[in-house]
Design a protein around this ligand. Structure first.
Ligand code: RNT
Ligand code: ZN
Length: 417
């Protein structure tokens, strides 16, 4: 495929700044992001177990939401067709697909309830990641799951998580790719706790029990996602940052950082280098918090760029499992996926086109003036021309050309739902 004139000229410009566009494009093509399935149906799930709960909230009523597995798969395919590269799909346990007349409770889920997803992934040559769903369910009504003082509830969710580990192993075996298993619980309290320790101690005991079952650590990468607060759970979160980092470090599992889960002036970009010194692998949920954990669609914004920059300059592309996590029901849901995923990729491309060692050298010799100048000038380099070349080489529409496909799909398919 002949290179475009604009790309040739952009490559020259970057070369002069010490960045190699060809190797950047090659590296970017090898990065698989884990796309969350739940943007397609506003986190509704397919098991009909209950309305969304757990302190998370989807707002908007844009038409065309996927109502069943077929629609969701079709929408995911449409999104993937407009996102360059090959990616992974991230499922929740609530996306079990039951045969007609069949039904299993969440503590009785089996690989067969996910065989259609395994087939879906196999046919497309992609990997699957997985999450337990301890919310949107009658057994999660109290707001406490793995930390519940009610043994019936706590053991129900322990069984659920154990069942999920088996499903992860099944995915890993079927697809020949490891499966990330991310545990996030909504547990917390609306008002000031009278006892902060006991729920955390119960959560710890629950996790110990879940992870006590034998599983292949090469196949199932267990992570623990922390949070700062949820809606209706404003005063206390059992799985806080300290809890999750402490637990993950002690047990040798992955911490998962969602950049919507911190105080507004804290940044995940600043946390990565520290965690990379203590963990072999870590995982991310890239999202966009607007004033709270609002899960807006990811944009090519400063923090997304800084997160990508850190991953690349730490040489950690193989150690940071990057996933997306947002849910916006106020816009076309397929477009939301495409915009969010392409934004993460653009941020990674910008990072790959930054002469990090040159800039670090300026920091080391105290040349902060030149460092500031160099960074500011780089901001207006022709990134878009390299991005367009990436889209072209990966057979997806350039610039805003992809939008027509989504608009047609909305007219022909989504608007008829
Ligand atoms: C919630 C967490 C969690 C969920 C998904 C649905 O605050 O971010 O990752 O968004 O599991
Ligand atoms: Zn998350």
């Amino acid at each position: 495929m002949p290179k475009s004139d604009r790309y040739i000229s952009a490559a020259e410009t970057y070369r002069a700044a010490g960045a190699d566009t060809e190797s950047a494009l090659e590296t970017l093509a090898g990065i698989s992001l884990s796309m969350h399935c739940w943007q397609g149906d506003d986190v509704t799930g397919l098991d009909g177990a209950g309305a969304l709960s757990g302190g998370i909230q989807v707002t908007g009523n844009y038409p065309g939401k996927a109502r069943n597995a077929d629609e969701l798969m079709r929408d995911i395919d449409k999104a993937f067709s407009l996102i360059p590269g090959k990616h992974r799909l991230n499922l929740h346990a609530s996306y079990a697909i039951f045969a007609p007349g069949e039904k299993a409770e969440r503590d009785n889920l089996e690989p067969k309830h996910f065989s259609r997803w395994a087939d879906f992934a196999k046919e497309r040559g992609i990997g699957l990641d997985f999450n337990p769903t301890p919310f949107a369910h009658p057994m999660a009504q109290s707001g406490l799951t793995l930390s519940s003082p009610d043994e019936k509830i706590r053991s129900f969710w322990i069984r659920h998580c154990k069942a999920c580990i088996r499903i992860c192993e099944y995915f890993a075996e079927e697809l020949g790719k490891p499966c990330l298993f991310n545990i996030w619980i909504p547990d917390g309290l609306k008002d000031i706790p009278a006892d902060r320790l006991s729920p955390r101690a119960r959560f710890k005991a629950s996790l110990d029990e879940i992870l006590s079952i034998p599983y292949d650590r090469e196949k199932v990468l267990v992570c623990l996602e922390s949070k700062v607060f949820g809606i209706g759970l404003e005063s206390y979160t059992v799985g806080s940052a300290e809890f999750c980092l402490g637990y993950a470090a002690q047990k040798g599992i992955l911490p998962l950082l969602d950049n919507g889960h911190y105080h507004p002036t804290e940044t995940v970009s600043d946390k990565l280098s520290s965690l990379l010194l203590f963990h072999d692998k870590i995982a991310l949920h890239i999202t966009r918090p607007v004033r709270w954990d609002s899960d807006h669609v990811v944009l090519f914004d400063d923090e997304t760029r800084e997160i990508a920059g850190e991953i690349v300059r730490c040489g950690a592309l193989g150690r940071v499992m990057i996933g997306t996590d947002f849910f916006d029901a106020s816009i076309n849901r397929v477009a939301a996926w495409v915009i969010g995923m392409r934004s993460v990729q653009k941020a990674l491309l910008a990072a790959l086109l930054t002469p990090h060692s040159h800039l670090a050298g300026l920091q080391d010799c105290g040349n902060f003036t030149e460092l500031m100048m160099a960074r500011e000038e780089l901001k207006t380099y022709p990134l878009g021309d390299v991005w367009d070349e990436f889209c072209r080489r990966n057979g997806v529409p350039e610039k805003s050309d992809w939008y027509k496909t989504v608009a047609d799909y909305e007219r022909d398919v989504l608007s008829k739902r």
